[in-house]
Design a protein around this ligand. Structure first.
Ligand code: ZN
Length: 206
């Protein structure tokens, strides 16, 4: 009984994280009947997303594309950031969580994914070359590994520590405090702040 177009929209919305079929249907009915200009405003913003928002060319955080076609994120453009300190996170959500903790005055590198042998994600799927290039070009002195304290997060941190060992930078891992298997995104900012300031040095391979 719902028009095809609205069913299609419901189907699209239900692909968003955390949105089930029922919620998607509520959104569709709201957008179609009561929302004033919301549908048009939302549509216009969404249409711009693919061309206006890109991964930052330096750190892979999300960035707005400027007139020259370059995409440099707000952190990388901020001259007050300490370029010698680099915090490696798995996802943009984690970067945002670390930012909220106010414990990080350096820059970031977003991996985009974690090592996950069970899901077929091996070392070749991680942007290791880009990370090494970042460390070299920015004169990084310390890399803080802020991957989540899950099995995949720990495996990724180990791999990165090994890769970075030969570059002569200090490598540290965020302290425990974030619950094991936990998500940085859902850690409160004080806990996460303590995990960063209490980070421990990671020993390279002997
Ligand atoms: Zn950036």
């Amino acid at each position: 009984v719902l028009p095809d177009r609205l069913r299609a929209l419901r189907q699209l919305l239900s692909r968003l994280p955390g949105v089930g079929e029922k919620t998607a249907q509520r959104y569709v009915l709201f957008l179609a009947s009561e929302a004033g200009t919301l549908a048009a405003d939302l549509g216009a913003e969404l249409a711009l997303l693919p061309e206006r928002i890109r991964p930052c060319t330096r750190c892979r955080n999300l960035a707005e594309v400027d007139e020259s076609g370059a995409a440099l994120c707000a952190v990388c453009r901020d001259p007050r950031r300490d370029p010698s300190l680099l915090c490696v996170v798995a996802r943009v959500q984690d970067l945002l969580a670390v930012e909220r903790s106010l414990a990080m005055r350096g820059r970031y590198f977003v991996l985009g994914r974690l090592l996950s042998p069970l899901d077929g994600v091996g070392p070749d799927e991680l942007p290791l070359e880009d990370l090494v290039q970042r460390v070299r070009e920015d004169g990084v002195k310390e890399v803080i590994l802020a991957t989540p304290p899950s099995v995949d997060g720990e495996a990724t941190a180990l791999l990165l520590a090994r890769e970075l060992a030969s570059l002569g930078v200090a490598v540290s891992r965020i302290a425990s405090g974030v619950p094991h298997g936990g998500d940085l995104e859902f850690s409160d900012q004080i806990t996460l702040g303590r995990a960063i300031s209490g980070r421990r040095s990671v020993e390279g391979p002997r």
